[in-house]
Design a protein around this ligand. Structure first.
Ligand SMILES: NC(=O)c1ccc[n+]([C@@H]2O[C@H](COP(=O)([O-])OP(=O)(O)OC[C@H]3O[C@@H](n4cnc5c(N)ncnc54)[C@H](OP(=O)(O)O)[C@@H]3O)[C@@H](O)[C@H]2O)c1
Length: 273
């Protein structure tokens, strides 16, 4: 692959995408990050912004923001402008949780005519510093998933796998479900954060507690019902089994949650303002 031809990174300023861009740059590749606020402006809802981002690109990484669908014409436009390889960031729970917009994006990528790889990560370790950060600081986290063990995986490892899939041929046509090296329940993950920070965080994995928290935030009951149903499908799967794909592709151990917790605490992510 010619290093001077830019690799397009959509979503390249977020948790995973920024790491993908950094890792590609670190390997000497030219990278074009395109988002609403990046130097190369790209907005999923404004088709006129797509062509300038796609111009001259052969390889692209696609990360859709939460709840955002891939417009039907996008992959056609990408193929027409010369894109021939795409790595799509999806979700390990795409089928279990029935994430329709990601199922649809996967289909569009598979049918695009491009060489493709689909990366399906489990929960990110970094969720504890984004979605769950305030709950960690408040000392109470509610996720209606009981104490089943989840495959928390580090964003650095997700990005490293995506970078390999962008750069190497052997992952073409693969769907890659990514987990960390061991599955952990939420209470077990929080234990590591407590060890690293000295904070005390109580976990409640019941639907009732979750409903109460979301109601207080003004979330409509029908939305809460769907979320609880989706989480209960994940819980019904039982403990996640580590897939070993991070280790297979990176030829090194994946980052353990305890290491993540120590590093994130040292970065000050759970310091109270
Ligand atoms: N969190 C998890 O545990 C988990 C697990 C599995 C899969 N996922 C999936 O991972 C994805 C989220 O990844 P992330 O947390 O790394 O994302 P993120 O940090 O929220 O970043 C989102 C990126 O998308 C860009 N963006 C937002 N709106 C846009 C728009 N209208 N047009 C173009 N770009 C836009 C943002 O930049 P600008 O604001 O500058 O536009 C940013 O670069 C979702 O698809 C989610 O379903 C999440």
């Amino acid at each position: 692959m010619t290093k001077s031809i830019p690799i397009l990174v959509l979503g390249g300023t977020g948790t995973v995408g920024s790491r993908v861009a950094n890792q590609l740059r670190g390997a000497g590749h030219s990278v074009r990050v395109a988002t609403r606020r990046a130097e190369c402006r790209f907005d999923w809802s404004i088709p006129e912004t797509w062509r300038p981002a796609l111009n001259g690109v052969h390889t692209m990484y696609v990360l859709l923001p939460d709840q955002t669908s891939m417009p039907e014409s996008f992959m056609r436009e990408a193929y027409r402008t010369g894109v021939r390889r795409v790595v799509l960031h999806s979700d390990r729970g795409v089928d279990v949780m029935n994430v329709a917009h990601l199922q649809e994006a996967e289909r569009q990528v598979r049918e695009s005519g491009c060489e493709w790889t689909i990366v399906r990560p489990d929960w990110f370790n970094q969720d504890f510093e984004t979605f769950f950060r305030q709950s960690v600081l408040d000392g109470r986290l509610c996720v209606p998933i009981g104490s089943t063990r989840q495959g928390f995986v580090d964003a650095d490892d997700i990005a490293a796998v995506a970078a390999q899939a962008l750069l190497r041929r052997e992952h073409i046509g693969r769907v890659l479900p990514l987990t960390g090296p061991r599955a952990l329940s939420f209470p077990e993950a929080l234990d590591h954060i407590q060890d690293a920070t000295g904070l005390t965080v109580h976990f409640d994995g019941t639907p009732g507690a979750y409903r109460e928290v979301l109601r207080a935030e003004g979330v409509p009951d029908e939305v809460i019902d769907t979320l609880i149903e989706n989480f209960s499908s994940v819980a019904a799967q039982g403990d996640a089994k580590p897939t070993g794909i991070v280790e297979e592709i990176l030829q090194r151990p994946g980052k353990d949650f305890s290491t993540y917790a120590q590093e994130a605490a040292a970065r000050g992510v759970w310091q109270k303002p």
